[in-house]
Design a protein around this ligand. Structure first.
Ligand SMILES: *Cc1c(COP(=O)(O)O)cnc(C)c1O
Length: 377
């Protein structure tokens, strides 16, 4: 099946009890034990297995051509599970990109994860620097995020995976900003692909959910399964159901996000109050060729720098009318955010930079809103 068909059919079936075409939501926390001591479909208790969660996992596995998927209550719960599942016979040293989702930085800075593992960060767009740091000391895991957030850096996934493989390190790609439609990390060689399902996959800013998709069966995958059932950070059946509903339109939404983002990027590039636009679909992006090779589309996330600094950037963010000034990305609504003032002292985001998650409104209205906001500086 092609992507669009899998997105609608995999993990679902017409309900054998009622003929319902859409999957029922299974809220029951517990399941009846049969006379033989076994359970129907192995489902005993909702924390260890739930039909809606399993449907979502099966669908995501098929969308990224993986072996299996483990869903968690948020993207951060999925990230924590991946890190904590690094086998103890591997070096407990993890290499991450300098520019990555801010929540991962907070996880390392504010929780015990940062003390239990050794972390080092590197500019992942610089392959020489990546090779050097991977080989400096024994490395257990290499973390990739591409396109990165918010500066939209592109990492050459195949090349970094090859460097990690040489030293036997596990590779993980945070594929959230690209979406399963436009980037397939497992086909590019990565061991795990990870999503904040909260973003494009859910797609409507009404679900908090995360998932890890594995390329093959492994001790690490088994460990994440145990993490899910026993540490218990599982998503609710309703949220799994909402995510699956979002997935049905994922492909057409992504195409519309991309089309809108390209129109907005070109508009911003030509605007006199804008000094830079970061969008992988623009030929002016420094890694345009790599993006073109490993992605089949560029999605709705971009960032731009205004002429001036923090004051001017905040003025624009505070002046939009239809676009919402909010964190997050990948929704039907367009969001704008000044990341430097959100991230404060830990930030590496330029003061003049605004992140824009281009939604599914008409591009004419998005451009008009940005035009009137830019007029204020
Ligand atoms: C939002 C996000 C996360 C974290 O996901 P939550 O669902 O908010 O926990 C991780 N990585 C990226 C790239 C994100 O955008």
């Amino acid at each position: 099946m092609q992507f669009e068909s899998k997105a609608i059919h995999i993990g679902r079936q017409v309900d054998p009890n009622t003929g319902a075409v859409t999957t029922p939501i299974h809220l029951s926390s517990t399941y009846e034990r049969q006379g033989d001591g076994l359970y129907i479909n192995d489902t005993m208790y909702s924390r260890s297995k739930n039909p809606n969660r399993r449907s979502l996992e099966e669908c995501l596995t098929s969308l990224e051509n993986g072996f299996d998927t483990i869903a968690f209550s948020s993207g951060m719960a999925a990230i924590t599970a991946v890190i904590e599942s690094l086998p103890t016979d591997k070096p407990q040293r993890i290499i991450l990109p300098v520019e990555m989702y801010f929540g991962v930085k907070l996880l390392l800075d504010k929780t015990d994860i940062g003390r239990r593992f050794e972390f080092e960060m590197v500019d992942m767009t610089d392959l020489k620097a990546v090779e050097k740091i991977i080989n400096e000391k024994p490395t257990g895991m290499v973390w990739i995020e591409s396109p990165s957030n918010p500066q939209i850096n592109i990492t050459d996934i195949k090349a970094v995976v090859a460097l990690a493989e040489k030293v036997g390190a596990v590779t993980v790609v945070d594929n959230t900003t690209a979406s399963p439609l436009y980037q397939q990390p497992l086909s590019l060689g990565a061991d795990f692909s990870l999503h904040s399902v909260t973003k494009y996959i859910g797609g409507h800013s009404d679900v908090l959910l995360g998932a890890v998709i594995a390329k093959e069966n492994s001790e690490m995958l088994e460990s994440m399964r145990l993490h899910q059932a026993n540490k218990g950070g599982v998503p609710s059946p309703f949220e799994c159901w909402l995510a699956l509903r979002g997935i049905e339109t994922l492909a057409i939404r992504m195409r519309a996000h991309s089309e809108n983002a390209m129109a907005v990027a070109k508009f911003l590039e030509a605007h006199e109050k804008v000094s830079a636009v970061h969008y992988p679909g623009l030929e002016t992006h420094p890694s345009y060729e790599i993006a073109k090779n490993q992605m089949s589309g560029y999605g709705g996330l971009l960032s731009f720098e205004v002429v001036g600094g923090e004051k001017e950037a905040l003025k624009v963010a505070n002046s939009v009318k239809m676009i919402v000034q909010a964190t997050s990305l990948g929704s039907t609504h367009s969001y704008i955010e000044h990341r430097a003032s959100v991230e404060k002292e830990l930030t590496i985001s330029p003061e003049s930079l605004l992140r824009l998650s281009v939604g599914l409104e008409n591009a004419i209205d998005i451009k008009a809103d940005l035009a009137q906001a830019l007029d204020n500086i």
